[in-house]
Design a protein around this ligand. Structure first.
Ligand SMILES: Cc1cn([C@H]2C[C@H](O)[C@@H](COP(=O)(O)OP(=O)(O)OP(=O)(O)O)O2)c(=O)[nH]c1=O
Length: 207
């Protein structure tokens, strides 16, 4: 069975590689909209499923993984900043406070059309940041393309006092939850003999 990651995120590619599975990447054309007033947990699940379904439509067989991550401060979802000004504002608001990082994951099996979505939440507490800290972080450019304007896996580690929950979920893919979901569609991540894992292979869309 071929495994397909519906993501252009290099972080998600790295995280999936960490599980030792062979897979290919096919990106979706789904637009991420930040609908105000929507429940963030529901929203990330819907976006993850939309990405996975969009890619699944290009294949006649396989298992497709889609994901979406948001930072949520209080009730307010913070997506990726579109400007440095917006990133500065987000970091100022996150300073000294606790927020949640929610990642929705969807697994779609083709042609059976079996679909699953889950959402995992990790709490992250930020250090008190001085404006000097914030300006120095912005100067690294690491905030670009990151929900909440930081990357815990990079220099952004220095902004974080502590976390409660799955670290990989913050980076963009909750690995334990994903492994459970894959198991339900017949892909074993742990506990299989090496030879059995050859069943999951990377094939191009026209194979
Ligand atoms: C909070 C946080 C987010 N992020 C990233 C993970 C996601 O890639 C990104 C959130 O954007 P997403 O919209 O979830 O994903 P994406 O657009 O990068 O990729 P795709 O939709 O193709 O799957 O923020 C980090 O890398 N580190 C962090 O600490």
């Amino acid at each position: 069975m071929k495994l397909i990651l519906a993501s252009q995120s290099p972080r998600r590619k790295q995280l999936l590689e960490q599980l030792g599975l062979s897979f290919i990447i096919s990106t979706s054309g789904v637009e991420e909209m930040m609908a105000a007033g929507r429940d963030p947990e529901q929203l990330v699940k819907e976006l993850a499923l939309a990405k996975a379904k969009d890619v699944a439509a290009k294949f006649s067989s396989g298992v497709v993984i889609g994901a979406d991550t948001l930072v949520v401060l209080g009730d307010e979802p913070l997506g990726k900043p579109s400007t440095q000004y917006e990133a500065r504002e987000m970091l100022q608001r996150l300073s000294g406070r606790m927020h949640r990082v929610v990642t929705g994951v969807a697994v779609v099996a083709v042609p059976a059309q079996r679909m699953m979505t889950e959402c995992v939440t990790t709490k992250v507490k930020f250090r008190e940041l001085s404006s000097r800290n914030i300006e120095a972080y912005l100067a690294t450019g690491e905030y670009i393309d990151k929900a909440g304007s930081y990357a815990i896996q990079g220099i952004g580690a220095l902004l974080v006092e502590g976390i409660d929950g799955c670290y990989f979920n913050v980076v963009g893919l909750p690995l334990v939850k994903l492994a459970e979901m894959l198991q339900k569609v017949g892909i074993q991540v742990l506990g299989e003999k090496k030879s059995d894992q050859r069943g999951v292979t990377g094939l191009s869309p026209n194979h």
